[in-house]
Design a binder for this molecule. Structure first.
Ligand SMILES: C[S@@+](CC[C@H](N)C(=O)[O-])C[C@H]1O[C@@H](n2cnc3c(N)ncnc32)[C@H](O)[C@@H]1O
Length: 470
């Protein structure tokens, strides 16, 4: 048989018994054919996987059916498997967290790095209705099918499923979603087709803060037609909600692409932001600025981060978003410097600092890789909380040159964190570490490592100081 033939597994089904998972929630097991990697299958499960490509002796398959499972939890969501989210809802929170923990520790182990001072995995108790934000897309599931509003079908770029019962969000948001669907269907408003670029309705962005119950609605449309926003708002006002609607925006987006944002405001009623309370402070959240999506989990994360910080002179809060970490830590430092790419987030951070009567935080809009080259006061501690892509090589290099005594690297993607740690370990060791499960029922987890400069570098610095004295 030709090598190429041998390495191909034609779309055939295999029974696979899963022994372990790799990040993120990729089951690894055996069939009579050999080793398989099956995303979203869990240890102890016997599953049917459809074979796909074979790489280095391992077949990558897609999960077709679960034949046997040791997990007793129910799959409550009616969109399970069609939607790409909530893949592990039949596992208890404890079981989910144990697997996430093992997956991340394995990533470090594979690169022969020690994740020292490991404190464990933490998280809030809510398994469902923990998300304070959701971005729904308008579309349909099949050509010519009825209007849907929800998430993309698993593995399908075009198809949108009608996610009427997403259990990750508060019932208030589900009611608002239903009103929008009813309104759009009644008025026969067309959805925007991502291939023909024709149509009106694009996205619905909903927020409901956990601790203050403030709701914000953003409907994003193209300029191909109009929406009677006042009538839609009247329908929102008739809803019986637990929280309070603070603002409603209709935004216009004509640019191509699935980025949920808008270029112009066509209609605004009420405020263009909501406020959330975390760790005793209040934070503004504008529609396009980042905010942790699990408020109760974020509060646990930020409290633990605060516990790991010694007091000092200057704190850099890199990728600071709406300024949460820096402001929560502001009492421990004389000065806090926050850097963030999105201007709206910096507007939120500055305003929240005023509202919280915090005067020692200074914010800069810019790309971290350029901004940290500027004349900034030398930091005692640098907090790094980048997006999933991790650190730009230029950032890692500058951090190694500046070499602050300590850094706290908080990451939502342990793969890029481990990659960056392979460079940072030149001068840093992990002193303490922990994880927080901000994303129950999914394969994702937040990992935090406290880095301290290796002793050898401390000694070199001391020696230089001594030389200068002589
Ligand atoms: C994971 S969020 C962290 C936000 C904040 N630390 C928090 O916990 O709320 C990452 C943030 O980095 C920002 N960002 C992404 N790329 C950036 C860059 N190159 N330079 C500066 N900020 C960036 C994003 O806009 C986002 O606000």
């Amino acid at each position: 048989m030709q090598e190429r033939e041998r390495n191909r597994i034609i779309a055939k089904e295999y029974e696979v018994i899963i022994d372990r998972t790799e990040f993120s929630a990729v089951g690894v097991g055996r069939s009579e054919r050999g080793v398989h990697r099956v995303p979203n299958a869990f240890p102890g499960e016997k599953v049917v996987a459809r074979g796909a490509k074979k790489k280095q002796g391992v077949a990558y398959g897609t999960l077709q059916r679960v034949l046997e499972t040791p997990y007793s939890g129910q799959r409550l969501c009616k969109h399970f498997r069609l939607c790409g989210g909530c893949i592990s809802q039949h596992l208890s929170l404890e079981e989910q967290r144990k697997l996430k923990e093992l997956e991340v520790l394995q990533l470090y182990h594979d690169k022969e790095m020690e994740i020292s001072g490991y404190m464990g995995i933490f998280g809030a108790d809510q398994k469902y209705e923990y998300r304070n934000k959701v971005d729904f897309t308008f579309g349909n599931q099949m050509k010519g099918g009825p209007l849907h509003l929800g998430f993309h079908q698993r593995g399908m770029r075009r198809n949108v499923i009608d996610t009427s019962e997403c259990l990750l969000i508060h019932p208030d948001l589900r009611k608002i979603r239903d009103v929008v669907v009813e309104f759009a269907s009644e008025k026969e408003l067309p959805f925007y087709d991502i291939y023909s670029h024709e149509g009106l309705l694009r996205f619905l962005l909903l927020r409901r803060t956990e601790f203050t119950g403030e709701i914000h609605i953003v409907l994003i449309v193209s300029s191909q037609g109009g929406v009677d926003a006042s009538e839609l708002e009247r329908r929102f006002q008739q809803l019986e909600l637990v929280g309070t609607i603070k603002g409603f925006i209709v935004g216009k987006k004509d640019t191509i692409g699935n980025f949920v944002g808008y270029e112009d405001v066509l209609f605004l009623s009420g405020k263009n932001y909501v406020e959330e309370e975390l760790c005793g402070l209040r934070f503004r959240i504008y529609p396009e600025s980042f905010f942790q999506t699990n408020s109760a989990g974020a509060q646990i994360l930020f409290s633990k981060v605060l516990d790991l910080m010694d007091s000092g002179d200057v704190l850099w809060d890199l990728y600071c978003g709406a300024g949460t970490i820096g402001q929560i830590a502001s009492k421990k430092f004389r000065k806090v410097v926050g850097i963030e790419l999105v201007e709206e987030a910096i507007v939120a951070a500055r305003q929240s600092a005023i509202d919280n009567q915090i005067e020692n935080c200074e914010y800069f809009v810019g790309d971290v890789k350029d901004a940290i080259e500027a004349e900034l006061p030398a930091p005692d501690l640098v907090v790094i909380n980048p997006p999933r892509s991790g650190l730009h090589p230029k950032v890692t290099k500058i951090l190694l040159n500046i070499a602050p005594p300590k850094m706290l690297y908080i990451s939502c993607n342990p793969k890029t964190q481990v990659r960056d740690m392979e460079t940072l370990k030149e001068k840093y060791k992990i002193e303490k570490s922990f994880m927080v499960d901000l994303y129950p029922n999914t394969g994702h987890v937040e990992t935090c490592v406290l880095l301290s400069k290796l002793d050898v570098y401390r000694h070199i610095e001391v020696k230089i100081d001594m030389d200068e004295l002589i």
